[in-house]
Design a protein around this ligand. Structure first.
Ligand SMILES: Cc1ncc(COP(=O)(O)O)c(C=O)c1O
Length: 442
């Protein structure tokens, strides 16, 4: 089984080409946190650079203890022996899918890598729609029906993946939905994989909203829930490659631990030792890092809301995001106009047009497991903070980041692009192909 290179990377490259041609681009495709490394983390990494032993496959005792403390502070007491660290949560999820075997139910839409990884391990993803405004969690009743039907058809379905908070929609499923998901998983004897990498990036209270609470399926089905997280999003350390899994303290958990450690020992041996030392410090959540994450989520919230407003003003339907740096506007209300003006009838047609004609990079819903007819797209807002470290620091420090000239200019440009898209001119219909390529990364 082969999978091709990430759609997010492809859109990034297409934007880089445009930039080289002198086109003004709107970088809304790539899901990187877009913020600088905190000085404390730089220092810790430097201090750890003498660590050159492989160390335990599951990760160092210090890191596992720190991660256990991180979860305990979120109401999930954790035995460090149930924690496994790896070079990013993505390889850990892959190892877990290998250890689980069988097919996995995933949300539509959901992060590009779940379906790709399922295929890589030789299984078939079972796509289950989410409810609007509750991204990341397959609708529990539909999940029940889909798994039952798949099993009747002879398939083995062993797990379901939830993303809390969600990429691509930036929304957070309610407690009731998470609870119902956990109940269905128990009824059907499914392992729940709860990807909580955006958990710390819930937007603080804005003018019109109270912050949402994130509930983990581990609160309701502790015996069967695996949680994954990492430092790629809250501390913007994606390139450091470090993630952690919390396995259930149960028979299921012990079985998965054995399988996963076997995979880990044959593929990555152990996470990079200096990174583990720095990560152990981060997971103890010292005040200066908590403050850094607080500033980051405030910035994510302000910019994501401002971008949401621009899409809403243009007439797209969009659920305001409550976490992370994504939104998922739907151009369905504008379908007739898009068809009339541009001959656009599909999501890839629309995002291809935005890229070709306006230098705007976003990803169509089809990349997240939805049908090509859906006129939804994932918009990532974090690259608007600036393309130099200095600008990103300024964005983090600003009381009103929207007043920073480069962020303002991006927002104004977005308004112009959407205005121009919907105002015509009526010309020969432009037939576009997809920006191409499936799968993976952010
Ligand atoms: C939902 C989700 N899970 C996991 C990851 C990857 O995380 P890591 O850098 O820990 O491999 C991403 C990155 O985009 C993500 O969006």
């Amino acid at each position: 089984m082969t999978v091709t290179v990430s759609a997010t990377l492809a859109v990034n490259e297409a934007l880089a080409d445009k930039r080289r041609q002198g086109v003004r681009v709107l970088p809304l495709g790539f899901g990187e946190a877009g913020l600088p490394v905190h000085p404390v983390m730089r220092d810790r990494l430097t201090a750890g650079n003498g660590a050159n032993a492989y160390g335990p496959v599951a990760g160092s005792a210090a890191l596992r203890e720190a991660a256990a403390g991180y979860w305990a502070r979120r109401g999930l007491p954790t035995d460090p022996d149930t924690v496994i660290a790896g070079p990013g949560s993505k390889p850990l999820l892959y190892g877990l899918l290998l250890a689980l075997g069988g097919d996995t139910a995933i949300a539509a839409p959901s992060w590009v890598s779940y379906a790709a990884q399922s295929r890589l391990v030789g299984s078939r993803p079972l796509l289950v729609p989410t409810a609007t405004g509750e991204g990341g969690v397959p609708q529990p009743d539909l999940l029940h029906a889909a798994v039952t039907a798949a099993r009747e058809a002879g398939r083995t379905v062993n797990a379901v993946i939830a993303t809390l908070p969600d990429n691509p929609t930036g929304t957070v499923a309610t407690r009731a939905t998470v609870r119902r998901l956990a109940e269905v998983a128990r009824e059907l004897d499914l392992v729940v994989i709860s990807d909580e990498i955006y958990r710390d990036l819930v937007h603080p209270e804005g003018p019109e909203a109270a912050p949402v609470e994130v509930h983990s399926p581990a609160e309701f089905a502790p015996e069967r829930t695996v949680i994954s997280t990492g430092l790629s999003k809250n501390l913007a350390l994606g390139g450091w490659r470090i993630g952690v899994l919390r396995l259930p303290d149960s028979e299921i958990g012990r079985r998965l631990r054995g399988g996963l450690l076997g995979v880990a020992s044959e593929i990555w041996s152990s996470p990079a030792a200096p990174i583990q030392e720095a990560a152990a410090h981060a997971f103890t959540e010292p005040a200066e890092l908590v403050d850094h994450v607080d500033r980051s989520r405030r910035l994510h919230g302000i910019v994501a809301r401002a971008v949401t407003d621009v899409f809403a003003r243009a007439g797209a339907a969009v659920v305001p995001p409550r976490a992370a740096f994504y939104l998922y506007p739907d151009f369905e209300p504008l379908r007739e106009r898009l068809t009339e003006l541009h001959g656009v009838t599909t999501g890839p047609g629309l995002t291809g047009l935005l890229l070709d004609r306006f230098g705007m990079g976003v990803l169509p819903a089809v990349e997240f497991g939805e049908g090509p007819e859906a006129l939804r797209m994932r918009v990532a807002t974090s690259l608007l903070y600036g393309d130099t470290e200095e600008r990103r620091y300024a964005a983090l420090a600003a009381t009103d980041p929207l007043a920073l000239p480069w962020i303002r200019a991006y927002l104004d440009r977005l308004g112009e692009v959407l205005g121009a898209l919907l105002a015509g001119p009526v010309g020969a219909p432009v037939l576009r192909t997809r920006v191409t390529v499936p799968t993976s990364v952010r």
